[in-house]
Design a protein around this ligand. Sequence first.
Ligand code: CA
Length: 205
Amino acid sequence: MNTMRLLVALAFVAAVAYAGELEVESLHKVESCDRRSKSGDMLTMHYTGTLAEDGKKFDSSVDRGDPFTFQLGVGQVIKGWDQALVDLCPGDKNRLTIPPELAYGDRGAGDVIPPGATLVFEVELISIADAPPVVNVFKQIDEDSDEHLSKEEVLQYIKTQLPAEELENGQDPHKITEEIFHHEDKDRDGYISHEEFSGPKHDEL
Ligand SMILES: [Ca+2]
């Protein structure tokens, strides 16, 4: 990760960072938009993260030239992001000051974020999209809808899912099916019940 020093915002960061509270400062505000970010949305962002203490840059999607996409509000990112990035328009730019309890806490992260660090992020929302629908995999496999997956049903499903090149590379659908039953058919009755199935098995509410 990039540990270049970010000189620009240092004085400012020191002024706004105080312990314990998430702070959001607007750097650019779009007046109106068709859609504002809400929990569950897929957000594509640019961000630059620095340590509040000394202004050290620890990560930046801008430097990589590669915006970051994630689902808001489901714990894919630190709590401070999940809390701060709601109700934004594409084009909005904010500076977030995030206390350790809403970031990496007393443990820190890797070599770059020390324990107990307050983090400062400059974030720009680029776009908002719908989250992909959750696919009920159990229902897909259960051809005859008897709420039990037979070996034949699982085998057929594996065959449809395995790309041709993997089959050519010697991936054996029968073997994969056996492995799945070994894990999933907990009562060893030769069927994977809805209860036994550990994959996605509910329709979206
Ligand atoms: Ca079973």
